[in-house]
Ligand binder design. Structure first.
Ligand SMILES: Nc1nc2c(c(=O)[nH]1)N[C@H]1C(S)=C(S)[C@@H](COP(=O)(O)O)O[C@H]1N2
Ligand SMILES: [Mo]
Length: 418
């Protein structure tokens, strides 16, 4: 079988399945990297005495200390800021709970679940209040979905391309399995009145953050999550319960949820007026831009990695769309002149991270790697030039342009614009 290979060294995605890849990778490793490989196993320290005992809660290996969230908080209000998921160090589609990004407006409340209540009131016939114990009795559902802050990747609007690891640029997105109660079930308990159009959700943190959500979305696929990746939600991500609004802006996923007020109009809170609105070239601002459009990024190799050998590599990255499933991710090694389809890791789920991979042969050529996602609505991720033409330069949120990594002949990686 002859495998397609295109400009810049990209190879047909089936290559790894068919070729004796061990040989092809090993053969390309410079002698200085293989010379010390022991042919006979030595009895190391950890094989010479019994290992550690059991632990009540597992932790990552002490050798993986560099895989941490990168935090950035306001020095005058240390509870207001962000911590970013180190996407450049992760594989697969699930973000470990301890590495899920954080965005707090006033710190992480230490909520005693026995004292916490969820209230539903306003345009309802039967105002209700639930304790966590009540809620745990309701039927549950699970969904693996991403949460992305509307402000993620906003450095893409900068005049010059930011030179920072993927996680510090695009890491305000993470993907977990969330389990909880369909919001519709709880709204049914409260009996919505016919004028009910909007739902105003409020968190029980010290910012009492609130946002408005159209009732149609609230009663379709939203749910109140109590579990994250199988265990109760981490305090940083909303313990004891949060709203999950699949595919829509992060801000709608209200954490530490304590109140749902049913109304006939939005509340015009700070996070839907001063923030999370887009200033357009016309000078008008677009409001309620809820859906997170399709995006993809190559996470490996990416800024901060150093290519230290010639030969075969596997490019790996993430794609997602707030409109449904990812149907295609193409990769280019010549900054978008020619493209080849990447392999999509199955299952490909809607409103969820999709991992893509493609083989690539590097012989020291200077190239520009980039990826382009298409979702099931046919929407194709734009180039930066296209995005700027559409939206101007005064926006801050919803940056989803193609990201280019320039690889130098020395194997150094930098971020470049198209
Ligand atoms: N109560 C409350 N909910 C909140 C926030 C907050 O500060 N307080 N931040 C919002 C924003 S802007 C985002 S992007 C997401 C982030 O969720 P995470 O911290 O679990 O990643 O939570 C949203 N929900
Ligand atoms: Mo956000």
């Amino acid at each position: 079988m002859k495998f397609k290979q295109i400009a810049g060294g990209l190879i047909d995605r089936r290559y790894f399945l068919k070729k004796s890849l061990i040989f092809s990778v090993a053969a390309s490793i410079p002698a200085y990297l293989t010379a010390q490989t022991p042919l006979e196993l030595e009895r190391t320290e950890w094989m010479s005495e019994p290992g550690l005992g059991f632990s009540n809660y597992g932790q990552p290996s002490p050798f993986e200390k560099k895989t941490i969230r990168w935090t950035m908080a306001n020095s005058h209000a240390p509870g207001n800021g962000v911590s970013w998921t180190p996407l450049q160090d992760l594989e697969g589609i699930i973000t470990p709970s301890g590495l899920h990004f954080e965005r707090h407006h006033n710190g992480v409340p230490q909520i005693d679940p026995t004292a916490h209540r969820l209230m539903i009131h306003g345009l309802v016939n039967n105002p209700v209040e639930f304790s966590i114990e009540n809620l745990l009795q309701y039927p549950k559902t699970s969904q693996i979905c991403f949460i992305e802050c509307g402000g993620n990747s906003n450095a893409g609007w900068h005049t010059n391309p930011i030179q920072t690891p993927v996680g510090n640029f695009h890491g305000m997105v993470s993907c977990s399995e969330w389990t909880g109660i369909p919001l519709k079930l709880l709204l049914n308990e409260a009996q919505l009145q016919p004028q009910a159009q909007w739902l105003i959700a409020e968190g029980g943190d010290a910012s009492l953050m609130n946002v408005s959500l159209p009732i149609d979305k609230a009663t379709s696929d939203c749910f109140v999550a109590l579990y994250q990746n199988g265990e109760r939600i981490r305090p940083e991500n909303g313990y004891p319960l949060r709203l999950i609004v699949p595919g829509w802006e992060g801000v709608l996923n209200v954490k530490w949820l304590q109140r749902i007020h049913i109304a006939n109009q939005p509340t015009m809170s700070r996070n839907e007026t001063a923030k999370y609105t887009e200033l357009l070239p016309s000078g008008k601002a677009q409001q309620f831009s809820f859906i997170m459009a399709a995006k993809s990024i190559i996470t490996n190799p990416s800024f901060g990695h150093q290519l230290n050998r010639f030969g075969l590599y596997q490019i790996s990255g993430l794609a997602w769309s707030g409109r449904g499933k990812i149907t295609r991710v193409e990769v280019s090694a010549d900054q978008g002149q020619t493209w080849l389809d990447a392999e999509l890791q199955t299952p490909v789920l809607p409103l969820c991270f999709t991992r893509f991979r493609i083989p690539w042969q590097w012989q020291g050529q200077a190239v520009v790697l980039c990826s382009r996602a298409t979702d099931e609505t046919g929407y194709i991720q734009p180039t930066r030039t296209e995005l700027v033409a559409q939206r101007g330069r005064h926006g801050y949120f919803h940056y989803n342009a193609i990201v280019n990594w320039a690889i130098s002949a020395q194997g150094k990686i930098s971020h470049v614009y198209d």
